[in-house]
Write a protein of this length. Sequence first.
Lengths: 270, 244
Amino acid sequence: MARRPKLPTPPVPSSLRPAPPRPGEGNGKVRPVDHAAEAGTAVVDWVDERTSLSGAGRWLMFRKVPKGTNWFYTLGSATLFAFLSQAVTGVFLAMYYKPDPSGGAYESIRHVTNEVFLGQFVRGMHKWGSSVMVILVFLHMGRTFFFGAYKYPRELNWVIGVVLLILTMVMSFTGYLLPFDQRAYWATIVGVNINGTGPLIGPYLSDFLRAGPEFGATTLSRFYAIHMLLVPGAIVALIGAHLYLVTKLGTTAPPWQKVQVDEELRKAQA
Amino acid sequence: MNKREKEQYLREYAISKSRGKPFFPYAVTKDAVMACVVMAVIISASLLFGAELGSKANPTTTTYVPRPEWYFFFLFELLRVIKPPSLVGLATIGVPTLGMILLFLLPFYDRSPERRPERRPIATLTGIFVIGAMAYLTYQGANAGTPTALSLAPPAPVKAAGGETLANFEAGRLAVAQSGCLSCHKIGDNGNNGPGPELTHIASRIPRQAIARTLVNPTAPMPSFRRLPPKKFNNIVEFLSALK
Ligand code: HEC
Ligand code: HEM
């Protein structure tokens, strides 16, 4: 039989770990807890018999991360978490939102903010969550930049990351218009105009965003579709690719770690 | 990195990985703590600051603040820093586009095997400089308010004419103040110096028809004011063409 990797013990104080049964205690008696544990195992076994996922799961969870992995390495998963929070709060907002520029959009946001139970709270989470996500993306990018984590063999992961950064900013730009208040409206006009001054594709890009040469009735629904469907879909797919590469290649060791390895290598070679 | 350096990196990485700890529970615990912190920050921000909603969008009144979300301030500030109209295109999208291309290609032109920040001084200093510049521009952007008041004594001829001319001038002064022009233009001692040109002596530079044409059909990033009510529009043109 293939040797199974030993499961690591979770880092809990020994006083909290379940004690093994004393001799003579609980012998032969089956407690309800044992039944429950048995049922859980049976379900997992049933799924595994059909999917063979447990090997992958085991590899995923118990693969080693390099020594010295520190708090800076949590910034990526924190970004992911902020994105998930945006997705969940966004779904709730979408239940009420109407992309109607002739007043329905503003009215639906006003309704969410003032009348729906916890509406303002969820809208606030979505609004401030966007700031948090942008900050985290930049911090995570800073970490990978200063740690030299974009170098061989992780170049592709960096490139995917830059696309994710741009898409995150696009989310924020398109979402800003949706409440359709004065600030949203005029800031977006100026923003789209600024886009239009860009080289080569600039004018086409702003025509695409506006759905025509002028800010009109379909502009809002276009921003809505981009914000709700197009970009989130792309972000989910790219996060998938990003994480696939992270697990396949492993995360870098902190750059300072290298020296120790060097010295030990030298000793080993001497 | 050449082939030898790549192989050396992979070898060293394999060693440091084999000395490491399992992802679960060590990394997972840190990630979970961080996720709780993120959640706590988002929830408290929502509880503390809520989510305001301004007045309804209206293409015909422009008591607006053309302000983006704060993390776009640095882009908008670039417009103020790089002033000449011929360079505006460069500032708005040129610099960001260049930045994006440089960011995309980073792993392909920085090919040295060194990873320690203190041994890659160019990369590290550039990174710090970019962060510093972005922080500075964001700070500037956050502090550049949009004045909604415009104090300007009427020029002597207008004052002398008095009556309707003076009244029109005052109405135009109000309309300009309320239309957000000051977020991009400086008039007298009011408003931001950029991205648009100073308008204090606009009438001595371009004729009245040209001013009206600019308002209807402006060069980006200035928004078009064609949908203003005609009276207000005329007041603005009247006001500007008195500024000699
Ligand atoms: C988003 C920023 C912005 C806002 C808001 C804005 N402008 Fe402008 N404006 C500009 C820019 C940039 C230019 C220069 C365009 C060019 O180079 O042709 C300009 C040019 C002009 C000109 C022509 C100046 C010249 O020397 O040719 C006039 C007149 C003018 N604006 C008036 C106004 C008035 C009146 C308002 C308010 C109703 C206003 N602008 C609001 C950015 C703005
Ligand atoms: C939606 C945005 C993003 C998410 C959810 C995300 C998620 C992650 C996660 C979970 C990791 C694992 C290790 C870690 O946390 O450091 C990671 C690694 C990495 N990310 Fe991202 N990321 C995002 C954006 C970016 C951006 C903008 C860049 C840079 C341009 C980037 C470049 C990298 C690189 C190079 C690694 C490998 C780091 C290493 O091996 O040490 N990512 N990412």
